[in-house]
Design a protein around this ligand. Structure first.
Ligand SMILES: Nc1ncnc2c1ncn2[C@@H]1O[C@H](COP(=O)(O)OP(=O)(O)OP(=O)(O)O)[C@@H](O)[C@H]1O
Ligand SMILES: [Mg+2]
Length: 254
């Protein structure tokens, strides 16, 4: 299998706080990898290092076999290969839905406005938002905003799409519509790296689950292993805590 992204010995510190410690990790072409773990374990930092929103303190990041940190790699070109979907949507409030999906294509990829609009419409239809092209973000629900954010990322036709807790800011009744779109993308063969607290989704959609704890990858494997036969005590403890919360959320306080 072809590695799209490979990370070797990645470290990230904020002052004396070592947030990522010798991370070794890769994502293969067409693979859907989910990252789970407690708050503060370093999940977002790892995604932000991969797309260079943060500068790693040490280590290597390879994109399709090439070391992007060696000083010679064209970083802006690397960034266009990665799409990113954030918890807080980060839409451009002053642009309508279509504009949100067009600006990056025109500015960064130098596509013509006509071509960009055609591509934007295609992906807005994939996420079921084609009838909202003239709406401004403030007129949309959270679930609709996130679907537009996904269409915006897809419009750049990235090689891999990164998600950082895409459903955590949503009202519960809107989580399903976003996960449904993500599941369809996964089924279409898109390479995806997803930080999530949605354990059922991770179970159902991932090829591989990565469990992070205190800045290290404590365990990784297929969902059946991680959820039903975890090898590490800390994975078991995390899952026990999370599933208790999950039951409370679904059935009210015990
Ligand atoms: N910009 C920053 N400056 C200083 N410390 C930071 C910064 N960003 C993150 N940290 C620290 O790095 C650690 C890991 O944070 P990170 O946001 O990666 O965790 P996370 O696993 O994504 O947590 P959550 O599930 O709450 O989103 C935390 O201790 C956090 O306080
Ligand atoms: Mg986070």
């Amino acid at each position: 299998m072809k590695k799209v992204i490979e990370i070797k010995n990645l470290n990230k510190s904020y002052g004396a706080n070592e947030v990522l410690k010798n991370i070794e990790f890769s994502v293969n072409h067409g693979e859907v990898v989910t990252i789970i773990g407690s708050s503060g374990s370093g999940k977002s930092t790892m995604l932000r290092c991969i797309n260079l929103l943060e500068t790693p303190s040490g280590g290597q990041i390879y994109y399709r076999g090439q070391n992007i940190l060696d000083g010679n790699y064209n970083i802006p070109s690397y960034r266009t290969k990665l799409g990113m979907v954030f918890q807080q949507f980060n839409l451009f409030e002053n642009h309508n839905v279509l504009g949100n999906c067009v600006v990056g294509q025109v500015k960064v990829l130098k596509r013509s406005k006509e071509e960009a609009e055609q591509i934007a419409r295609k992906y807005l239809s994939v996420v079921g938002m084609e009838s909202y092209i003239n709406a401004k973000p403030k007129q949309l629900s959270g679930g609709q905003k996130q679907r537009v954010a996904i269409a915006r990322a897809l419009s750049m036709e990235p090689d891999v799409l990164l998600f950082d807790e895409p459903t955590s800011a949503l009202d519960p009744e809107m989580v399903g519509e976003v996960l449904k779109v993500m599941k369809e993308l996964a089924d279409s063969g898109l390479t995806m790296l997803i930080v999530t607290h949605e354990m059922d989704f991770a179970k159902e959609v991932s090829n591989r689950v990565v469990f992070m704890d205190k800045g290290v990858i404590a365990e990784e494997g297929p969902p059946e292993q991680i959820f039903y036969q975890p090898k590490q005590a800390r994975t078991r403890e995390f899952l026990k805590r999370t599933l208790v919360h999950h039951d409370r959320a679904n059935h009210g306080p015990a």
